[in-house]
Write a protein that binds this ligand. Structure first.
Ligand code: GUN
Length: 303
């Protein structure tokens, strides 16, 4: 049971990005610019965006947060995106999801210029991912591949299951693993006999957002377990049952604890696993920074 340490690897990525940004500033005379749009007051989104802004600033990126209230119209967000598309100091644009329910996310995301699409959510970029012709990839799946590469885990030939078929994580994760020559099964809420299927897997990525989606009886010895879930547990007994000891100890101070989709007992059977917190979440932010730097380089034809 070895840890895929997202805290360590994300710090390595951040310090490399910081060095690159210092060199860019000397050469080009400006630093990469990232614009983050958030609408409404989803507490989880607010906390992710705060962490994205803080880490971007640490790396030397100029990040701008654009906040709209929950009643914002599609047109107001689209007008802002059109401005940002034309702003030469902005290299990457991110619209934090989910958006308030009355907004059509596709209409909004489609307006981000594909060359400023730091999340890789534009249909053109999603197509490039499938063709393995993109220079950047959605932050969470790209972060997971980086983590596996950092620990020299060979992906080629693995039987891999991805649970969850969102365009943010599951679908691009399946594409990235396929591009790296894994044999991939993309599972979801209608998948029949998930436990039996999972027991045949060498690698499992769970991106569902439900604790205990993967339990010890569903996995084989030495499986690699990647946990994308970030679930808030507000009841102490549940926290004791579901969260690791360090996280449970924080319960009285925070009033909640965090756990992923995969049970601690399942981790005990694994060869490698990502802890929650301290695994995939930190890699997502690190890859956002790496993607912003890559878009800046492309913007200035440095690559
Ligand atoms: N919401 C959850 N994950 C993400 C992400 O990677 N990007 C954006 N824009 N929103 C998210």
């Amino acid at each position: 049971m070895n840890i895929l340490d997202g805290k360590h690897v994300s710090q390595v990525i951040l310090s490399n990005a910081k060095q690159q940004i210092e060199q860019m500033q000397a050469k080009i005379g400006r630093v990469p610019g990232l614009a983050v749009i958030i609408a409404g007051n989803n507490p989880a989104s607010a906390s992710y965006v705060k962490s994205k802004a803080k880490k971007s600033a640490q790396a030397g990126i100029h990040s701008t947060l654009i906040e709209f209230d929950a009643a914002v119209s599609e047109e107001q967000i689209i007008d802002k995106i059109i401005d940002l598309n034309q702003d030469a100091s902005v290299d990457g644009i991110l619209v934090q999801l989910p958006l308030p329910g009355h907004l059509n996310q596709w209409k909004i995301l489609d307006h981000i210029h594909p060359k400023k699409d730091v999340d890789c959510f534009h249909p053109l970029n999603q197509g490039r991912i499938l063709l393995d012709r993109s220079s950047i990839f959605p932050c969470t799946p790209a972060g997971i591949i980086k983590l596996l590469d950092y620990y020299n885990i060979e992906i080629k030939g693995l039987n891999a299951a991805v649970i969850g078929r969102s365009f943010i994580v599951g679908k691009p994760m399946a594409a990235l693993l396929t591009n790296r020559h894994a044999t991939v099964t993309l599972c979801h809420s209608r998948t029949r006999n998930l436990p039996e299927l999972l027991r045949r897997m060498d690698l499992i990525v769970s991106a569902v957002g439900i604790p205990d989606t993967v339990t010890a009886d569903m996995v084989t010895e030495n499986v690699i377990l990647i946990d994308v879930g970030i679930n808030h547990i507000a009841n102490y007994e549940d926290a004791v049952r579901l969260c690791d000891q360090e996280e449970t100890a924080k319960f009285s101070r925070k009033g909640y604890a965090i756990t992923g989709d995969i049970s601690k007992q399942a981790f005990k059977k694994s060869s490698w696993f990502t802890p929650v917190p301290g695994g995939v979440g930190l890699m997502t932010v690190a890859l956002l920074i790496e993607n912003t730097v890559a878009l800046f380089n492309q913007h200035h034809s440095l690559v």
